[in-house]
Design a protein around this ligand. Structure first.
Ligand code: FE2
Length: 200
């Protein structure tokens, strides 16, 4: 089978107490794998089956786009988190880029929390690098993501669909988002993406 999703990069209980093992079990096994199954069915015997996941995201619409983007977004989300993450970036150069783009790490954290909490309905909050090389916080609805347009390169994401937090926090999305920002954001992954984006 051409499309696969990577294994979770940590144990299912590794993000506790901020994200429970039960949430990760459902989120990865049912939601993420469910999108993959639906994508495979949607493109079976169609020209899309020959394309890469990124090409499908850039060229399709409707349910094929939704399934492909949700497969990609979740693979990116798992890597955007790690146990013992969060807080300001430890890499000096990236920390300075955050400061010059947002004013301070605290201003960045506030912006990301606002984007994540403010996205109406289901969606994603993103840290991206824009075409001028500056860091920005954005949000997207449903399955939409920054790689569609190719004008921004995603560095980190936070899933704000209810399935990401409802079992742990019910309607309190803000508590989940703050836990992710303070304790789980994987700056090593952001740094890797940022270095690649600057080379390109
Ligand atoms: Fe999700």
């Amino acid at each position: 089978m051409k499309f696969e999703i990577p294994p979770l990069p940590y144990a299912k209980d590794a993000l506790e107490p901020h994200i429970s093992a039960r949430t990760l079990e459902f989120h990865y096994e049912k939601h993420h794998k469910g999108y993959l199954d639906k994508l495979r069915k949607a493109i079976e015997d169609k020209p899309e089956a020959e394309k890469s996941l990124e090409e499908i995201i850039r060229t399709s619409e409707g349910s094929t786009f939704n399934f492909a983007a949700q497969v990609w977004n979740h693979s990116f989300y798992w890597k955007s988190l790690r146990p013992g993450g969060g807080g300001a970036p430890t890499d000096g150069e990236l920390a300075r880029a955050v400061e010059s783009s947002f004013g301070s790490y605290d201003d960045f954290a506030k912006r990301l929390a606002e984007a994540a909490k403010g996205e109406f309905g289901s969606g994603w909050a993103w840290l991206v690098m824009d075409g001028q090389g500056r860091l920005r916080v954005t949000s997207s609805s449903d399955a939409e993501n920054p790689i569609q347009s190719g004008r921004q390169v995603p560095l980190l994401t936070v899933d704000v669909w209810e399935h990401a937090y409802y079992l742990d926090y019910q309607n309190e999305r803000g508590k989940y988002v703050q836990g992710v920002i303070d304790h789980l954001l994987n700056w090593d992954f952001a740094l890797e993406n940022w270095k690649k984006a600057r080379k390109a």
